[in-house]
Ligand binder design. Sequence first.
Ligand SMILES: Nc1ncnc2c1ncn2[C@@H]1O[C@H](COP(=O)(O)OP(=O)(O)O)[C@@H](O)[C@H]1O
Ligand SMILES: [Mg+2]
Length: 261
Amino acid sequence: MSNKALPAWLEAAAPLFENAPQGDLPVEPRGNYAKISDPGIRGVVQRKWRARIGSVGKLLNSIERNPGEVLRGGGGQGVMCRRDVGGIQAFCKVYRAQELRRKIRDALGISRTRREWESCMRAQEAGIHVARILLAGTRREGLAATHLIVTEPLPGVSATHILRRLNHEPELRDEFLRVLGAYVASLHAKGFWHADLHCKHIFFTRRAEPMLIDLDKSRISSFLSQTARDRNLMQMEKSFARELDAPDPAPFREGYKAHSA
Ligand SMILES: Nc1ncnc2c1ncn2[C@@H]1O[C@H](COP(=O)(O)OP(=O)(O)O)[C@@H](O)[C@H]1O
Ligand SMILES: [Mg+2]
């Protein structure tokens, strides 16, 4: 246990953590994954979970029939839901390939879920914490495909909930915005770019350690253009405007600048 004093914004946000999932920062080395062995499904599954999950095909059918707690969507676009998978309430995202180019790539065998898993592994290897993937698999159906990603709940709360809590505490809110700015700078310094960076996709543990979700289309490279950086900054600022009564982005920009290489 560290005796380091908690930052003031985190003290103020402490009640949010009372009902949040507990646990250590997720770290899952790529060696802990095995290929999915179901016929017709490509992808990876955590070895430890393989027996508990059983057939991935059956799980996918069962989610399609009975998704549990639906968080988004349904219909042709797929669904994001929370349901029991091998004894835990996991987040399950099902989506379908639509555009032709992607269908062709899927048909050639480079599955989208495999790429997403790969970018999570690379992010993790660069020191970026991401939701722990239990399984990431693609079922091919001729030229179409259905993708399934199952993740374990993150041990913490989202930056959205923290921001809402600090909405009427200007000093603490600005302190937290600086923390977010510093975090985005650290992601960019590692060459990491999130295609949809906003407060709902950033979580914090009760020790103020940041984590990410929804890495679909994110990438990590040795060069990140200014346009790409600006895009993430603007996505973040838009999300402040949704959550705050006085969404002044200055402290966020300060935090970003102070931690940019
Ligand atoms: N591993 C996770 N831990 C905690 N919450 C999650 C996790 N995965 C998803 N969520 C919650 O579900 C919401 C939707 O998930 P997300 O991956 O962003 O899917 P999409 O944006 O495609 O609907 C998130 O905003 C978050 O609130
Ligand atoms: Mg999302």
